[in-house]
Design a protein around this ligand. Structure first.
Ligand code: AMP
Ligand code: MG
Length: 420
């Protein structure tokens, strides 16, 4: 059975993905509101981009036929100026040209723009003339063709994209004012443990402040397509846990809990879960974060179910399991394209001890020196030590089959900056 054997991080990831229900429901918003949200439609360009043949440079729009000469000096008369947004209604005869600004429509008779810096201008008796070397000008250069970036009807953006600033700009450049995005994914979370105290409460003998709800809040808030529902601290009693689970399932698409899945506590949690849905208790070959529960909790009134991630209680394990499993799962559910998080290669300052057969995540500080990144461990790596997580710049990922890495060896680091 699944709960009796260890599964690797990648097996667990696959097992999770197989069971995630896709989120349905979309909403239409003004494009600014779509930042960091998941696009729910393909955006086909309603226009050609650019919409007109235009100049890529400040210079002179010329007829390429005029360049057809063996002379290294050509003079053309400048008969007008073309400004951006003000197309010229003018025929350009042979031997003539127009001064043109970047973005201005290139007059139909012209097809090439000679950059201003490569010309000399003479003004004589009210007549302007430019002189330049035609052998240095390539016919067609510095002209942007209509539809060159994007032809009308072509897909500018594909559904599933998490929209970035460039995408807002791109939609605006197409005249698209509103866009369909996925409705937000509702994620409820709570902490479990009789020893936990909330901020503002006295720290009784043997108790600790609940920090997991704050790290979870922070990690979830960075996913802007998530609505975060904080459900507080729940006592280690079957009644409290059951009530909290039902309330969370009622409100949310996803439930994240921390604590109560370690060997000492799992039996009690299992009883409650067996009643409420289908939850498996996994042992994952990873450090930190070995125990984890995953499954579904039935919504009250039989309207489907919510996905449950029962994360371990240790503060570092919560973060590591969130990054290892939950983050991708939330992207997947909301229909966002999922790519592995980018890692950087860094040179280890000191040896990293490691046994093959499990994935390890160790906290490192990154320093850029001698033209490369170096990684140094942030002291004790106990899974309860949040300070060393806070001091680190990223997680060094030592893969399943890897053994000890000597000082000077290269490792993969998941930098926190840009992680979410
Ligand atoms: P558990 O997984 O419930 O056995 O908890 C493992 C360890 O993490 C214990 O030392 C707990 O006190 C601690 N812990 C559990 N939940 C939290 C939390 N929300 N905030 C801080 N520490 C926690
Ligand atoms: Mg506990």
């Amino acid at each position: 059975m699944m709960q009796d054997k260890f599964q690797s991080v990648s097996e667990a990831r696959n097992n999770i993905q197989k069971k995630l229900p896709p989120l349905t429901g979309t909403r239409t918003v003004a494009i600014r509101e779509a930042l960091d949200q998941v696009l729910a439609q393909d955006i086909l360009s309603p226009i050609d981009v650019p919409a007109h043949i235009n100049s890529a440079m400040d210079g002179y729009a010329v007829r390429s036929a005029d360049l057809n000469t063996t002379s290294t000096s050509l003079s053309l008369q400048v008969i007008s100026t073309a400004y951006a947004g003000k197309p010229l209604d003018l025929a350009i005869p042979a031997g003539c040209c127009v001064r043109i600004m970047t973005g201005a429509v290139v007059p139909p008779d012209c097809d090439t723009v000679v950059v201003q810096e490569n010309t000399t201008l003479q003004d004589q008796a009210g007549k302007s003339t430019i002189t330049f070397d035609p052998s240095k000008v390539k016919p067609g250069e510095n002209v942007r063709q209509k539809g060159e970036d994007l032809a009308q009807g072509q897909a500018a953006l594909r559904g599933g994209k998490v929209l970035r600033p460039a995408d807002l700009g791109l939609m605006a450049s197409l005249g698209v004012a509103e866009v369909q995005i996925k409705r937000k994914l509702r994620v409820a979370f709570f902490s479990t443990g009789d020893e936990l105290r909330s901020l503002g409460q006295a720290l009784d003998e043997g108790c600790v402040y609940d920090s997991n709800r704050y790290t979870l809040y922070g990690m979830l808030r960075r996913l802007r397509f998530v609505d975060v529902i904080d459900m507080g601290v729940v006592k280690d009693s079957p009644q409290s846990l059951e009530a909290a689970m039902l309330e969370a399932a009622n409100q949310a698409d996803v439930i994240i809990t921390s604590g109560g899945v370690s060997v000492g506590e799992a039996d009690f949690t299992k009883q409650v879960m067996a009643k409420l849905g289908q939850v498996e208790f996994w042992k994952i070959a990873m450090r930190p974060g070995r125990p984890m529960a995953f499954g579904t909790i039935n919504k009250p009134q039989g309207q489907g179910s919510a996905v449950l991630f029962g994360l371990p209680g240790n503060p570092v394990a919560v973060m590591v399991t969130f990054y290892a499993f939950v983050r991708d799962a939330l992207h997947f559910m909301v229909g966002a394209e999922t790519k592995p998080l980018p890692t950087i290669k860094a040179k280890l300052e000191q040896e990293a001890r490691k046994k093959p057969g499990r994935t390890e995540y160790q906290r490192v500080r990154l320093i850029y020196k001698d033209q490369e990144w170096t990684a140094s461990l942030t002291g004790a790596q106990g899974s309860g030590i949040l300070r060393s997580m806070s001091e680190s710049d990223g997680l060094m990922v030592l893969s399943h089959d890897q053994g000890t890495v000597p000082a000077g060896g290269y490792v993969d680091v998941l930098p926190f900056e840009g992680l979410l």
